[in-house]
Design a protein around this ligand. Structure first.
Ligand SMILES: *[C@@H]1O[C@H](CO)[C@@H](O)[C@H](O)[C@H]1NC(C)=O
Ligand SMILES: *[C@@H]1O[C@H](CO)[C@@H](O)[C@H](O)[C@H]1NC(C)=O
Ligand SMILES: *[C@@H]1O[C@H](CO)[C@@H](O)[C@H](O)[C@H]1NC(C)=O
Ligand SMILES: *[C@@H]1O[C@H](CO)[C@@H](O)[C@H](O)[C@H]1NC(C)=O
Length: 273
C-alpha cells in the first residue's frame, strides 16, 4: 500500500508535469503567432502629433551577405480598409491605399535590399493611433510583425526667472499632463499651475514656482501615461540653465504574456507547496 508521502509525491509530480506541458503550449502559441524572421526596434512608438514617426520593421536574414533580389512589403492598420502602404514588383502600389495615409506614408526604397522595411509616417494625427502590421515577403524569407502606435503631443518646457519666480511653460501636451515640482531632496513643492486646452484638444501649461532660491536645482516634471519630461532647472545670475530628458511608456503587456505570467505564478506556488 502506498504511504501518504508517496501519494503526495506522485500527485505533486503529476501536477508539475501537467503545468510544464501547459506552459510549453502557451509559450509555443505566443511565439508562433509572430514570425521571428521579422522584427522591430520599437513595437510601441509614441508619435509626436504633427511631427513624423518611424515605424520600424526589419527582416532578419539568415545570411546577410546575400542581396535580396525580390521583396514585397505591406503595411496595414487594424480596422481600416486598404493599405497604409504597399510595395511590390519593384515599386509602390497606391491603388488600394487608404485615403487617410495618402501622401503621408513612405518606405526607404534604397534600404529594402538590406531588409529594412520601416515606414515613415508624416504629420502624425490623433486618429493614427492603432495597431499596424508590417508584412515582408522576399527572396530571403519573410514574416510579419505588429506595431502599436500611440499619438501624443509633447514639447520641451522652457523656463524664465523674474522677480523671485521661476516660470515653466510647456506649449503642446496631449493627453492631459500632470505637473509636479520637486526641490533638490525630491520634496514636492507647491506651485501655481494653469492648463489651457485649444480647439484641437491640445493642452498648454504654465506653472509658477515662488519663492525660489538661487543656485538651487529645481525639478519640473510634466507627463501623462505615454510621455514624461523631466527638467532640472538652476537659476543663475543671468539665466536659467536647464537639462531635460524624456521617458516613454512601453505598451501594456499582451493578453498572451499576461496569461503566461499567471501560469508561471501558479506553477511556482505548486512547486512550493
Ligand atoms: C531602417 O531605416 C530607417 C530610416 O532610414 C533608420 O532610421 C533605421 O535605423 C534603419 N534600421 C536599420 C536596422 O538599419
Ligand atoms: C513635438 O512637436 C512639436 C510641434 O507640434 C514641436 O514643437 C516639439 O518640439 C516636438 N517635441 C519634441 C520633443 O521634439
Ligand atoms: C500627479 O503627480 C503627482 C506626483 O507624482 C501624483 O501624486 C498625482 O496623483 C498625479 N495626479 C494624476 C491625476 O495623475
Ligand atoms: C529656500 O531656502 C530656504 C532656507 O534654506 C528654505 O526654507 C526654503 O524652503 C527654500 N525655498 C524653496 C522654494 O526651495
Amino acid at each position: 500500500m502506498a504511504s501518504l508521502g508517496q501519494i503526495v509525491f506522485w500527485s505533486m509530480t503529476i501536477l508539475i508535469i501537467l503545468f510544464s506541458a501547459i506552459i510549453i503550449l502557451v509559450l509555443a502559441l505566443t511565439f508562433t503567432r509572430q514570425s521571428p524572421e521579422v522584427t522591430s526596434f520599437n513595437i510601441s512608438p509614441v508619435g509626436n502629433i504633427s511631427q513624423d514617426v518611424l515605424l520600424s520593421c526589419i527582416l532578419l536574414q539568415k545570411n546577410d551577405q546575400e542581396q535580396i533580389t525580390r521583396v514585397s512589403v505591406t503595411w496595414e492598420k487594424k480596422g481600416q480598409q486598404g493599405f497604409v502602404y504597399q510595395y511590390k514588383n519593384g515599386h509602390p502600389e497606391f491603388s488600394d491605399q487608404n485615403e487617410a495615409f495618402q501622401g503621408r506614408a513612405e518606405l526607404f526604397p534604397s534600404l529594402l535590399a538590406e531588409g529594412n522595411a520601416s515606414l515613415l509616417l508624416r504629420n502624425v494625427r490623433m486618429t493614427d493611433e492603432g495597431l499596424y502590421t508590417c508584412s515582408i515577403d522576399s527572396s530571403n524569407g519573410g514574416g510579419k510583425i505588429n506595431i502599436q502606435l500611440r499619438a501624443a503631443a509633447y514639447t520641451t518646457p522652457t523656463f524664465t526667472f523674474s522677480e523671485g519666480t521661476l516660470d515653466a511653460q510647456a506649449s503642446r501636451w496631449f493627453p492631459e499632463p500632470n505637473v509636479t515640482w520637486y526641490n533638490h531632496v525630491h520634496k514636492v513643492l507647491e506651485a501655481r499651475t494653469s492648463l489651457f486646452q485649444n480647439s484641437a484638444g491640445i493642452f498648454s501649461v504654465a506653472s509658477m514656482l515662488q519663492p525660489i532660491n538661487r543656485s538651487e536645482v529645481y525639478t519640473f516634471q510634466i507627463g501623462n501615461k505615454l510621455v514624461t519630461a523631466v527638467s532640472q532647472a538652476k537659476v543663475g545670475d543671468f539665466d536659467v540653465s536647464v537639462r531635460t530628458y524624456y521617458t516613454f511608456s512601453t505598451a501594456s503587456p499582451s493578453p498572451a504574456s499576461t496569461s503566461l505570467l499567471i501560469l508561471i505564478l501558479i506553477y511556482c506556488i505548486c512547486c512550493l507547496i
